[in-house]
Design a protein around this ligand. Sequence first.
Ligand SMILES: [Zn+2]
Length: 237
Amino acid sequence: MCQSVDVPCPLRKRSRPDFSMIQAAQHNINPNSPLTKRVLVLNRLYMAVRIVPARRAFQLLCKNLAEVIAVEDGRYYNYDFSTWMELGILQASEEQDDNDDWVQTVRFAIPVPRVVRLLTYDRLPQRQIKLNRRNIMARDHHTCQYCEYQGSSSHLTIDHIVPRSKGGKDTWTNLATACKKCNSRKGGRTPEQANMPLLHPPKKPRINPMVTARLRVERYECWNVFLKNANWAVDVR
Ligand SMILES: [Zn+2]
């Protein structure tokens, strides 16, 4: 799958590549464009810190703020952007791997990297996961924890398991997703008083639930080497 953009050929001009056309094109990006593919971002210490769309990864590469990490057979290889583009040109002249996504420029194609590493950012990933409506619903898979109704956020509410009127706090273990009907039926009672048992005891998630949800559908195998020991609140941008 290709998105056509005008990028000067790095073989013609070896100085820092001008990626302004990709940046300019981002306002018109088709949702199926390879520029929307997800890229795992590592800090300088090879720790996963966030997941970004490919267009953002290309911006980081273009500004020399990041390098490409290519994972092959569990080992990884580092490439600066110019080298990555030249490798892409060589690869494209031989054969393009169907598993790769390519950004088609006027003169050549660039493979979308799956992983990039920030060259100067060495802060540790943020460990605190925000307690908010979006994350609670993602943790509960957008499912009412009383009746198993599954729906969009607008059809769901956040229930205080022990009601605030009875001293219930805003915590991961006291908040659960509930459909409007169940929330109204339960009212100011505990699950025991209302005879409405929870499907699952709510827990504080180990990884940002929005990321977990995305990883279920968008995870690439080459990310595993960086994610298997991850215990952080990696962010989605
Ligand atoms: Zn319900």
